[in-house]
Design a protein around this ligand. Structure first.
Ligand SMILES: Cc1cc2nc3c(=O)[nH]c(=O)nc-3n(C[C@H](O)[C@H](O)[C@H](O)COP(=O)(O)OP(=O)(O)OC[C@H]3O[C@@H](n4cnc5c(N)ncnc54)[C@H](O)[C@@H]3O)c2cc1C
Length: 464
């Protein structure tokens, strides 16, 4: 019913069929634009607004300023855009990989220019960016959302064996389907899941796939000896949800190892080498299957530029998302310095703050009052193939839940699993990266103050 009523409202041109468990479900994808890319040679020398990166953050801002700002240029090198949160479901055998992919041109708003190229450096004192072929493009305002850099080469042997020998990762579209292949082929034995000690996109994704795999193997009667190795000192950034997840691991007999980084994989020998970050001692573990999340870092071209902070990310104010030195530059998403978990859900609450401020500056009016960004982020953690724990928190790391008034979000639930498989993707394609109307959980709670529920657990209450 939900899907049918939705399909009448959207200006959709594409529909795809995806697998949800054993059932077949029609999922709606929007594709109402067909913007053709320009080469750098054909691009103008200057635009009112330049957006670096046509991923989640870049497209969200682009769609929200579509009506208010003319002369917008998005610089994005890739022809395809990916719904990365869906890769957990692809790896877990719930979705087909093709349903996470759309043409970039179908998402770039009509009227905006798409330059299909890469920025190689920033000259904020001259209000220009330089493309890889040396062309400079000027701007009055600049938004940067160019994602986080994945350092596959930092794990010895990984690139040679990824997608073979039971070695897989949900962090690459190219090999994400191998995760499901290896989960299916697993005959029982030792399964390892890893997380590095660096910032990563979606802090929960390294363990999401572990819970899905556990559930598949349990249902098919396979005996799995599962270990989670994380370079972090805790299982999850928010201690409240961390306790719940630790309980789930304990109950399922999953062995959790902290401050232990994967440093090498030998696919032929089926052996992984870990480094204990306290003792600096190496330890070898045999595996039948290993899911790897590689270390990540700020993109080098940003880290080397004058717009980065010490850690290499775009140096922005954590409330206004405006650059700490250059007033006409804004940053959001994974490449920003915002000290919160890097997710699309966080971007949904970040983009409206930038879009409104930019529109007001460009239209020469006072900006509508929007509360400063509070670090809202969300991590939907499937705990199996039909249940999900929806973790939502802010800069304080305490729960800041959207549905807590209506349901107990401390429990893994089927309704939240349906949000992940049906609700969130629909909102992403139709309201966030196109449409411009999905302005995140912070905006929803401002419109419906009833949803602002103090969490029941007193230790999670904000300081008075
Ligand atoms: C396995 C997995 C599971 C996830 N699960 C969830 C989830 O359940 N919920 C959730 O909210 N989030 C989840 N995420 C995280 C979410 O997908 C990201 O946080 C989000 O997409 C980041 O958006 P972004 O705009 O910062 O970067 P991206 O969407 O990665 O976009 C960056 C863009 O910049 C472009 N670019 C790169 N370099 C340059 C350059 N030099 N010049 C110009 N353009 C450039 C890239 O081509 C890319 O298109 C998950 C991610 C993964 C990988």
């Amino acid at each position: 019913m939900f899907i049918l009523s939705v399909s009448r409202k959207v200006k959709t041109t594409k529909e795809s069929t995806k697998r949800l468990g054993s059932k077949s479900v029609r999922v709606i994808g929007v594709s109402s634009y067909s913007t053709q890319p320009l080469t750098s040679k054909d691009a103008k020398d200057k635009y009112k607004l330049v957006i670096v990166g046509g991923g989640t953050g870049g497209l969200a801002v682009a769609s929200q300023v579509q009506k208010s700002v003319q002369d917008v240029c998005i610089i994005e090198p890739q022809e395809k855009h990916y719904y990365q949160p869906g890769w957990t479901l692809v790896g877990g055998g719930i979705w087909k990989k093709s349903s996470t992919e759309r043409d970039e041109g179908s998402l770039i708003p009509n009227g905006h220019t798409w330059v299909k190229d890469k920025v190689s450096s920033f000259q904020p004192d001259d209000n220009t960016v330089t493309l890889e072929d040396g062309k400079k493009i000027g701007y009055d305002f600049l938004v940067v959302s160019s994602g986080i850099q994945i350092n596959w080469n930092k794990i010895k042997g990984l690139e040679e064996t990824l997608g073979k020998n039971g070695v897989c990762s949900n962090y690459s579209f190219d090999v994400v389907d191998k995760t499901w292949k290896f989960i299916q082929e697993f005959k029982g034995g030792r399964a390892l899941f890893t997380q590095p000690n660096t910032p990563i996109k979606c802090g929960g994704a390294p363990q999401k796939i572990m819970y899905i795999a556990y559930d598949h193997w349990k249902r098919s009667g396979k005996s799995a000896d599962i270990s989670f190795f994380t370079g972090m000192p805790g299982i999850f950034p928010s201690p409240h949800y961390g306790e719940i997840l630790k309980g789930i691991c304990k109950e399922r007999g999953i062995d959790v190892n902290y401050k232990t980084n994967l440093i090498a994989v030998d696919g032929d020998k089926k052996e992984a080498t870990f480094m204990d970050l306290d003792s600096n001692k190496e330890r070898k573990e045999k595996f039948d299957m290993i899911h790897v999340v590689p270390p990540m870092s700020a993109p080098k071209y940003i880290a080397d530029s004058p717009i980065s902070n010490e850690a290499g990310y775009v140096d922005v104010d954590k409330g206004t998302l405006q650059h700490n030195k250059y007033n006409n530059i804004f940053g959001l998403g994974d490449s920003s310095s915002l000290p919160t978990s890097k997710t699309a859900a966080a971007i949904a609450s970040q983009a409206p703050i930038i879009s409104e401020k930019l529109s007001a500056l460009i239209e020469n009016r006072t900006a509508t009052k929007i509360p400063p960004y509070n670090g809202y982020t969300s991590c939907p953690i499937p705990t199996g193939i039909d249940k999900l724990l929806l973790a939502e928190f802010d800069y304080t790391l305490r729960p800041c839940e959207t549905f807590g008034r209506l349901i107990n979000q401390d429990l893994p639930r089927y309704d939240m699993f349906l949000m992940k498989t049906l609700g969130f993707p629909w909102m992403y394609w139709n309201g966030l990266v196109t449409g411009g109307w999905w302005k995140g959980a912070m905006d929803m709670k401002q419109r419906f103050p009833f949803l602002n529920k103090p969490h029941l657990n007193p230790k999670d209450a904000p300081p008075s």
